[in-house]
Design a protein around this ligand. Structure first.
Ligand SMILES: [Fe+2]
Ligand SMILES: [Fe+2]
Length: 349
């Protein structure tokens, strides 16, 4: 073949004008595969910035989707991403006394893990007022109406987790609706969802595994974790004592359709074995302190901090506190599992 560079280029242009492209053509992006970075966010910095936001923003002046929330951003350069990873958005939300985060719903599923809560703070999900007590996990499944009200005299802070990047950036399927008023009325008795989707469920002609609205109280989650330690069950050398929240509809994990939520307990002095996997893990330190080696670099952490382990980075955890460590672990493994794409490697294997 005796073709000049300009003739080849003219051929490519001809293809492009006709909405074709040669599979052999090079793309600029081929040579620089975007890569997320590990990172640790300190709790004190998060709280200080949320406190500063009181001087700058009022939810009353903003749209119904606005929340007093800090999105944890991945520090990787050259990446246009809102959140710590490709599939999940993690944010820390503060609701100040008297504040109302207005009612809306959307096609991304969400959870809240309450870091500082109390009985007078409620998240109304589809008409049931769920109290937001410290350590509780509240589910806001896709298309569930939700608003938040702080009737107490203290700031409350929780973790917001959503699958927004997966839905909007990968699937480009964004659906958002504003409720007809700022707040929903209470159309269900307290405890309704727990009574209908826990151990007793409505007899369904068409079974579904859709996650319902739900509240997992901290007391029972902690008890499950402590019982695993007492009985020495469910121990994983890469994760310590390792339990997963379940979808109340099915009694099995994952708790949401695209996000699995776990609790891990690492005992004082423990060092986990290194492993890596293609699902991302975002950790929040519920209690205790320690350090993690992620991709060859060590990150120290203490109570309240967050850190992210991007895909396929070797990582292990060590406990440095005299108390045991409890980690809240957020991962996108259900997306990989849905397509048999999950890869896990351990150095000991
Ligand atoms: Fe929302
Ligand atoms: Fe891991």
């Amino acid at each position: 073949m005796d073709m000049t560079e300009s003739e080849l280029q003219a051929f490519h242009e001809h293809l492009h004008e006709n909405n074709f492209q040669g599979q052999w053509e090079k793309h600029e992006s081929d040579s620089k595969e975007p890569r997320l970075e590990p990172h640790r966010w300190e709790w004190d910095d998060i709280v200080a910035s949320l406190n500063r936001s009181k001087d700058y923003i009022s939810l009353d002046d903003m749209g119904p989707g606005s929340r007093r929330a800090l999105v944890l951003d991945n520090p990787a350069e050259g990446i246009d991403l809102r959140g710590p990873c490709w599939t999940m958005l993690t944010a820390v939300q503060m609701v100040i006394p008297g504040e109302v985060a207005r009612a809306h719903r959307h096609n991304f599923e969400a959870f809240r893990f309450i870091v500082q809560g109390n009985d007078s703070v409620v998240t109304n999900v589809n008409g049931e007022k769920l109290p937001a007590r410290t350590g509780d996990l509240l589910l806001t499944p896709r298309m569930a109406w939700h608003d938040h009200i702080n009737n107490s005299s203290e700031d409350v802070i929780w973790i917001d987790g959503l699958n927004t990047p997966f839905i909007t950036d990968a699937l480009h399927d964004m659906h958002f609706e504003e409720f007809q008023s700022d707040r929903q009325s209470a159309s269900h008795e307290s405890g309704y969802f727990e009574s209908q989707f826990g151990t007793m469920q409505p007899v369904a002609e068409t079974p579904t595994d859709d996650t319902p609205p739900y509240r997992f109280p901290w007391e029972s989650a902690r008890q499950s974790l402590e019982m695993a330690v007492t009985e020495d069950n469910h121990y994983d050398p890469h994760n310590g004592y390792f339990l997963e929240y379940v979808n109340p509809r099915t009694g099995q994990g994952p708790v949401l359709q695209t996000i699995s939520l776990r609790l891990q307990l690492l005992q004082s002095g423990e060092e986990t074995q290194s492993h890596r996997h293609n699902n991302t893990e975002i950790f929040h330190v519920v209690s205790g302190s320690g350090e993690s080696t992620i991709g060859g670099k060590t990150y120290t952490w203490e109570e309240g901090d967050f850190f992210v382990v991007p895909p396929m980075r070797w990582h292990d955890h060590s406990v440095t506190s005299s108390d045991d460590v409890i980690l809240f672990n957020i991962t996108d493994s259900p997306i990989f599992d849905a397509f048999n794409l999950r890869r896990t490697e351990s150095k000991d294997a």
